[in-house]
Design a protein around this ligand. Structure first.
Ligand code: SF4
Ligand code: SF4
Length: 385
């Protein structure tokens, strides 16, 4: 099979094959769960070489190993190679040969048809509570998740911004799912439409709460996009620094922060959320063992929750256990995907730990000991200014 895009990385792949140093394997979140070398960067690079040299046939196992990568970048941080770009190109070669993951395909088809991965009509992005100012130079960009499934958070963002423009049904998807799943041709084609809409909006800033949209616009659009992508945490941090917002908790509480991969490792926004949390009175901030640049993915990166949910949930359970190991009572984050996935991991652990005594209530869902919350939703209840 011709791996034309992967071949561009031939030198890097051969360097990896020769060194086999394995720094990428230690604590790769997927490898930690599956213990399969082919699920690590080192193993995937070896399989890619086998296909390029004609010694490995492409079968279901190869499609699986190409897609069981979160593209979280943890390995890349420990390696001189550009692993996540190699794997995107590897996936892209497989996609162009018609070898795709069926669950990811559903999301891709939905983006092509509806402009979002949830099979919802564009009108679903309309939110009556949002009062768009057509003249504002700040675009409040929901992204598919906050605009469709987590509207409450978007409304809170709007309240704090005050003056903003919101595109509603005309808002485009950032197309990350096309990019990460290897649909590069579709991405390049549709990217032009997205750029036109966002540039025509005549704004200076594109403010979003979704780390994936933020990073996709910053990295994959770059110069062609006129508005500057900004994650909402940066805005929030500035408001706190300027003394415009103050927070206090009534009870003493231990809180930790989960760094979304696209916000922390890729986006470099690591200190800001910590400084916001530490500014809240009565709060003790505790750090998980894997944090900041070394943070672990929630488990859902690159569509893994759709395509390999068992692996994704196991990874999110490990993240919960990390928070538990430092005595956290709340895990805060700012990413709709991380929030959802970490909650799934937390409730799975709560069910696993249920104790069946005489008073057991079969109708009641067990409550996880540690709550997973969006940073802004947690903060607004503690606002004193
Ligand atoms: S991917 Fe990088 S860290 Fe992993 S074995 Fe290859 S060269 Fe070493
Ligand atoms: S990007 Fe993340 S999941 Fe993929 S191989 Fe690297 S560490 Fe593992």
């Amino acid at each position: 099979m011709e791996l034309s895009k992967t071949k561009k990385h031939k030198d890097e792949i051969y360097t990896c094959n020769r060194t086999r140093c394995g720094f990428c394997i230690q604590r790769c979140p997927v490898y930690e769960v599956t213990c399969l070398e082919t699920h690590s960067s080192r193993g995937r690079n070896l399989v890619a070489r086998g296909i390029m040299e004609g010694t490995v046939e492409v079968d279901k196992e190869v499609i699986d190993l190409a897609n069981t990568c979160l593209l979280c970048g943890y390995c890349e941080k420990n390696c001189a190679l550009d692993n996540t770009q190699i794997f995107r190109d590897f996936k892209s070669d497989l996609v162009e040969a018609g070898m795709t993951d069926k669950y990811l395909e559903e999301g891709v088809e939905s983006v092509n048809k509806y402009g979002n991965p949830f099979k919802k009509l564009p009108e679903t992005r309309e939110i009556p509570e949002l009062k768009s100012n057509p003249k504002s130079k700040v675009l409040l960009y929901g992204g598919c998740t906050y605009a469709i499934t987590h509207k409450e958070t978007l409304i809170l963002m709007a309240e704090l911004l005050g003056d903003y423009k919101y595109l509603g049904k005309d808002e485009p998807c950032c197309l990350n799912i096309l990019w990460d799943s290897g649909h590069k041709k579709d991405f390049k084609k549709k990217q032009k439409e997205v750029v036109k809409i966002l540039n025509d909006a005549n704004v200076d800033e594109l403010v979003t709460g979704c780390p994936t949209c933020f990073r996709t616009y910053e990295e994959e659009y770059g110069e062609i996009l006129k508005p500057k992508p900004i994650h909402f945490v940066t805005k929030l941090h500035q408001m706190v620094k300027d003394g415009k917002l103050k927070f206090a908790s009534k009870e003493k509480v231990k809180v930790t922060w989960h760094d979304p991969c696209h916000l922390g490792r890729f986006g470099g926004i690591i200190d800001e959320p910590r400084e916001i949390i530490k500014s809240v009175k009565n709060v003790e901030f505790v750090e998980m063992p894997n944090s900041g640049l070394d943070s672990h993915c929630c488990g859902a990166g690159s569509g893994m929750l759709m395509s390999y949910p068992e692996i994704a949930i196991e990874i999110s359970k490990k993240r919960y256990r990390e928070a538990e190991s430092v005595g956290a009572e709340i895990i805060l984050t700012f990413c709709p995907t991380c929030e959802h996935t970490l909650r799934r991991g937390a409730s799975t652990i709560a069910r696993d730990e249920m104790e069946f005594d005489d008073d057991f209530d079969f109708d009641k869902e067990p409550e996880p000991k540690i709550k997973v919350m969006n940073l802004l939703e947690w903060l607004v209840k503690r606002k004193v200014k």
